[in-house]
Ligand binder design. Sequence first.
Ligand code: FE2
Length: 386
Amino acid sequence: MSSQVVLPRIMQVGENASLEIPNILISLNCKRPLIITDKMMVELGYARRIKDCLSEDQISADIFDDTVPEPTVHSIQAGVEKAREGNYDCIIALGGGSPIDSAKAIAILAKHGGVMQDYRFPRMVIEQGLPVIAIPTTAGTGSEVTRFTIITDESNDEKMLCVGMGFMPIAALVDYKLTISLPPRITADTGIDALTHAMEAYVSKKANAYSDSQAIASIKLIGPHLRKAYHKGEDQQAREAMMLGSTLAGIAFSNASVALVHGMSRPIGAFFHVPHGLSNAMLLPSVTAFSIPAAPARYADCARAMGVATVQDSNDTANQKLLIELQALNEELAVPTPQQFGINRDTFFDVCQTMAEQALASGSPSNNPIEPSINEMVAIYKGLWD
Ligand SMILES: [Fe+2]
């Protein structure tokens, strides 16, 4: 059996990769870019830097900075109008996962019309939108190399998963220098998200030899460097490892899918506005414990790649060490419980059933080594309060 692998056409990886943006545009024959980003990237001067860098090669870029965290159907509308008006031939997506996800959605809607609901999973979006050149500024979502975007439908608080080749950026500029000043909280949340991508890709029913190689390489980079990047953000080596690890994890899950953690995490994010990486982190230990019996060798490989178990350890021992490590990581990285995050227990319990149904509908739980029932997912949600 063969597996299809979908990647960006160009990847520029390493120190100051983002400064190669004029050459990338020239090689793609793009002359009129719209930079889609957020206010923070403008405030930090990152958007200006890209714009200035382009103007040195006589490429003039406009900036749209009205993207929001956890983008919604409504929030991307102004971006769609802006992209349509300006006769742009490409989009530069600059920022964390939210600006990049927004840009991917805008790129499709600007060219093909309709509303985002039209493009939700299970539809496979093969239409090509405006070409997107992604420049991530967090080491986490991997959105720069995935054929996914997540847009929230605010009419029912559902995070819609949108899938297809149309959402794959044409180029990704992976520059760890842009992550040096990330605050510890974002470093932790996005870093655990990346680790979750790699682990879920590796245990996914859709895993293949190619995605496995990317996932394991990613876990080997993230395992020893996540704590370092969290405690000492200026550690260049840790930041470089996290950035590459995050991109490799993105490649892994884009070609093998995520599984139960992501399936269950999206509804928590949509209902309670928990940042994506945090809701993953809340779920990762218990979903891993639930899933290990169906894929003990796979999870043991993850433990060894993280460096918490050795080749001499049996799979059982490695998996015990993995669960201890995931819990310890959450504690050291100060991941709050839902209660500590400020969620009301009764409100949470009231929507557990709906969250489980939405999780199932997203399709991700069916990639899990064990396909959970609705009741099992409800039990996992409720277990986060024990
Ligand atoms: Fe994620």
